[in-house]
Ligand binder design. Sequence first.
Ligand code: NAP
Ligand code: ZN
Ligand code: ZN
Length: 347
Amino acid sequence: MITTKAYAAQSATSPLAPYTFTRRAPGPNDVVVEIDYCGICHSDIHTARSEWGPAYYPCVPGHEIVGHVIQVGKKVKKFKVGDLAGVGCFVDSCGKCKNCKNQEQQFCEVKTCFTYNSTELDGKTPTQGGYSSHITVKQDYVLKIKKGAPLDRIAPLLCAGITTYSPLKRYGTKKGKKVGVVGLGGLGHMAVKIAKAMGAEVTVFSTSPGKEADARKLGAKNFVMTKDPAQFAAWTGKLDLIVNTVSAAHDVTPYLGTLKLDGTMALVGGAPEPNQFAAFGLIFGRKKMVGSLIGGIKETQEMLDFCVRKKVFSDIETIPASMINEAYERTIKSQVKYRFVIDMKTL
Ligand code: NAP
Ligand code: ZN
Ligand code: ZN
């Protein structure tokens, strides 16, 4: 067993606090990663506070995990001690169903074992996330990270990166396409950078006027202040694709109006309450609204390699573990620039 230091929420209303537990010793196919950095995703907050339904407690959140391999099981070929490694939003799946075979393990027909607030394939052993010193994961669910890249700025790619890369790629982002990004937070800022790196012209829709200069620095050509409804008028029928990352319930109809004929809005923000939309927002212009959930292991590796090649990394504020609760409050107030990353040396 591996003694693991961590930060955990003990209930939906208690702040996260130091917590020690054990991880399994490596089995033949396992890799043990000593965690260097872990990003703070808004999903961690939704979960730790039971906003998506009752969570399992104690809850150690964190699914933007990077570190280095310190032990490998006998059958491990993919990693050796000292390699850099990443772990994202899930740590296991059946490996045999159609979706797993298709490298879409996040949609496993049997069970996707999410990195925290889930259980292992046995259906009993709780999973605990990356706000912790170590993690033991099957090699097939661990991502490779090239040496030389800034590890702290790579951490957010494991969720914010893949969650935006996947719909951007699926819906044809490339030179000549116009992409809207709604919400400039952790996911939003990665969507801007990745869409720009894919060659698209990017427009940011934000409730925060103070983020305009940042949006342009991140790669956006245009910035629309959504608190002023008049600003939408100039954007009617202009965009091919929108990636909507907003973390709270809102009316998506005004954004649908900015899509071209047959345009698509990919919803990735997981608002705990239902969003609103008017049917005619889709009917006129034959528009589509689709969901997207992170990405499979193959696509996550492809995204990591793309981002390292294009030097697309997250803009981060590194914090000690003792600041997690403060970081949660600032994230909720949309005051994160643009991802908090916990330095695990401070545990
Ligand atoms: P975040 O850093 O907090 O960013 C969310 C942004 O949404 C904020 O910065 C803000 O941007 C905007 N926003 C917040 N409240 C709003 C409101 N009431 N009305 C309009 N805009 C609002 O969060 P994140 O980590 O990027 O995550 C975003 C959402 O995606 C969360 O719900 C998370 O759980 C979900 N998520 C989904 C997946 C998936 O696979 N689908 C994966 C990861 C995360 P402005 O200041 O620019 O307005
Ligand atoms: Zn996440
Ligand atoms: Zn499966």
